[in-house]
Design a binder for this molecule. Sequence first.
Ligand code: NIG
Ligand code: FE
Length: 402
Amino acid sequence: MSGDVVIRGIGELVTCDPSAGVAPGIIKRAALVARDGLLTYVGPESAMPPQPGLAELDVRGAAVVPGFVDAHTHALWLGDRAGEYAARAGGETYEAIARAGGGIAATVRATVGATVDELVAVARPRLQRMALDGTTTAEVKSGYGLALEAETRQLQAAVALGQDPGLPAVVPTYLALHAAPRGDRRRYLDAVVEDGLPAAIAAGARFADCFCETGAYTVEECERFLVAARAAGLGLKIHTEQLTRTGGAAMAARVGATSADHLERATDDYLHALAAAGTVGVILPGASLTLGGPPPPGRRLLDCGATVAIATDCNPGTSNTESMPLMISLAVALAGLTPAEAVVAATCGGAAAVGLADRGVLRVGARCDVAVLDSPRWLDVAYHMGGRPVAMTIRAGVALGA
Ligand code: NIG
Ligand code: FE
């Protein structure tokens, strides 16, 4: 597990590096060299300097893409909501189920008492499936605890999972405002701001997130939380404009959020504001497809000049999937992205949404995080819908699950 490797025999290398040419920046008959997990050579195999003593991986003509950066997941949950899934298919709505005490609150009840070890055990297979499908970095949110200690345990579990070299790297996010609290909302907000934020930072959180939605948290509540989180040093994220139009996206632009996620019901004005603020628009095609309603606004975000990321939203209610390749296919089918735009959004875009410039792109100095496809053609990562197109995933120069 040294992170020193030559990957050769690459039929098509997708770099997602604009300096390698028109997106997604393809180099044919390519090779990669990594030392200590970082790329020291990216280019044609014929021009690669000799690499004496380095382990070699010959991928025999396969296409290689950057490892996927899944910038929005709720992978830490206990319990089961398959019954809700079936009920929704029979005509129940997500909102009605939530009002009856199901939905996010049901997962909170099942998850709130879990220890760090229990959380790690239940999430590990999910992160293993992510790795098998080419994900090398996953953002993982808390948000199924509400109570402070439970949220902290979820963040600690996210950190522990990211330290496992067999799994994707993890970016932990404190999703303090998710299910609406029972009782005094103001007191809950006060506790989150005064005690929750410092505890989350001590546990390793990098971002703060909130569910800005009718029936969840208001724009004002979310703004108070995000402004305090920014002052405490966290990056900012928001779930917004998903089920109803609230104006949360405009607020996200105003407070300088790193990303605004969902956005199905955002106006063009909101999307322009996000683009102007440099806020990444994260589209979640699995949730859009599961819930129905407007399509994910991928094309609209790009046309407004915004950076777009694609993510799974991996969660038990609205998007029970770990597959980034499937999300890429769905982004092409539902969100109007070209396959090239979708691959860039799932890699480079995801990296921007988690504020990490060292991944999502294959160039000298970046991490050697790649997905080796089972095809000589990169396009199959989109075209082969649900086809499990990833043969091998390499994180920092080391094969995952090998
Ligand atoms: O991103 N919208 C809020 N959170 C999740 C759903 C979580 C759940 O239903 O458990 C989402 O869709
Ligand atoms: Fe979410």
